[in-house]
Write a protein that binds this ligand. Structure first.
Ligand code: RM4
Ligand code: MN
Ligand code: MN
Length: 424
């Protein structure tokens, strides 16, 4: 099913008067509204191909209806999301879950929906049916050179698929680590990982980046070989300019000050980008902004300030992607909510009076500094985000339109009620 422009325009028409009123109310109090709107229009968030099917936990999975059965259908779903919100103009593929058999056709299909391909993701955390050697005891850090070689070759193969699709980054997340003390020599594991990554790095085209993701635990529960931002930063520094550290919000121990991590990585030119999600306890992969929207805002505040300090383009300077698991919600609805939450946090950060904040910091005026941040955070920026969407040709109310058009029922009719999603 495709959402046509007239569907969007018709529904927008009915909401226009109220929207105008709400927008003007917020706009009135702002000095930089046009710049904010332009920045919001330019800001897009990548949808990962594995987020379009229903996720699950290790206890099971309750499949939803009308899930995409192929790469083509995943692209169609991202196309749908983008048509509604005009803020999701790219897709990130996971190999081998989404092997593009015919790159030219896949590329043409994506551009039909106004999409391009963001980072390609390798997968050495699962054994594939036709795989010769097992990753049970690791991949790039494995003690057996042959296993490491297999994992290296897989990553190089992923780069090749990415080149055909005009991707510009390889995203590497390893589950490598140990479950019990004594299982691994930690220095040895790190050195082998570095050596393997170096070989993959050599295969990167000049205009590519390697994004090194970290995670403190799971599926290994004693140590993870790339366990935190320090370890990822160490690897990406030793590798070279094309390697950077990827921050997945769920990949931190409780209480970690993520905004501080982000500020420093950005300062060093080592922030690859984000995997957005939210969590209450661990790597919960809940909808971004659903648990701790204030933290999300504080992260964006550091990003906006730090990117401006470095003269970076907000939209293209780093990678923006969702990485969540939609276990009980309709994945498309959840992704629409996610994109909205990210854009709200970004808009709030754009409203922070940076000059006044700097002044308050200079004066050690702690109270005023908090007032400035919370003044921006407590502004209802939803009409600004909606205005940007309207100007970009999207729906004033994407979620409401998705429901009104009965998109999911249509997808169920097309694809069936029970489908086996590829991925986790
Ligand atoms: C991991 C990590 C990776 C993602 C996999 C599916 O926890 O977040 O980014 O590729 O899950
Ligand atoms: Mn991730
Ligand atoms: Mn994760």
């Amino acid at each position: 099913m495709q959402v046509e422009q007239h569907h969007i325009d018709e529904l927008n028409q009915g909401h226009l008067a109220k929207h105008k009123q709400q927008f003007e109310f917020v706009a009135e109090g702002l000095s930089n509204v046009d710049t904010v709107i332009q920045k919001l229009i330019a800001f897009n968030i990548t949808i990962p191909s594995w987020a379009l099917g229903t996720g699950g936990t290790r206890f099971g999975r309750f499949s939803g209806g009308g899930e995409p059965r192929s790469l083509e259908e995943k692209i169609a779903d991202v196309g749908l999301i983008h048509a509604l919100n005009r803020s999701s103009n790219s897709i990130s593929l996971h190999i081998p879950w989404d092997i593009p058999e015919n790159a030219a056709t896949i590329k043409a299909l994506a551009s039909h929906y106004g999409l391009h391909f963001d980072a390609v993701n390798s997968n050495t955390f699962q054994d594939q049916p036709d795989q010769e050697l097992s990753y049970k005891f690791g991949s790039l850090n494995h003690i057996d050179k042959a296993v490491r070689q297999q994992a290296i070759e897989h990553n190089i193969q992923v780069i090749k698929y990415g080149v055909e699709l005009d991707s510009k980054a390889l995203s590497v997340w390893l589950s490598d680590g140990s479950n019990f003390p004594g299982q691994l020599n930690m220095r040895g594991a790190f050195e082998r990982t570095f050596d393997s990554l170096q070989q993959i790095y050599t295969a990167l085209p000049d205009d590519w980046k390697m994004w090194v993701e970290y995670k403190p635990y799971e599926p290994n529960f004693y140590s993870t070989t790339i366990g935190d931002w320090g370890q990822s930063y160490l690897l990406s520094s030793k590798l070279g300019n094309k390697a950077q550290t990827l921050v997945d919000l769920g990949h931190h121990l409780q209480g970690a000050n993520i905004e501080q991590i982000v500020a420093l990585l950005l300062m060093e030119g080592k922030l690859a980008g984000f995997h957005f999600n939210d969590s209450k306890y661990g790597d919960d992969d809940l909808t971004v902004g659903s648990i701790n929207p204030y933290q999300l805002f504080l992260i964006f505040n550091e990003l906006v300030e730090g990117m401006d300090a470095r003269g970076m383009n907000h939209a293209t300077g780093i990678g923006w992607m969702i990485d969540a698991s939609h276990n009980i919600k309709d994945p498309i609805e959840d992704l629409l909510q996610s994109v909205e939450a990210i854009k709200i946090a970004y808009a709030q950060a754009l409203l922070v009076d940076q000059a006044a904040l700097k002044q308050a910091q200079q004066n050690n005026d702690v109270v005023q500094a908090q007032e400035i941040l919370q003044n921006a955070y407590r502004t209802d920026v939803r009409p600004l985000v909606a205005q940007a969407r309207l100007l970009a040709g999207g729906a004033l109310q994407p979620l409401a339109l998705f429901r009104k058009l009965g998109v999911r029922d249509n997808l169920i009719r097309e694809r069936g009620l029970k489908t086996v999603a590829t991925g986790l």
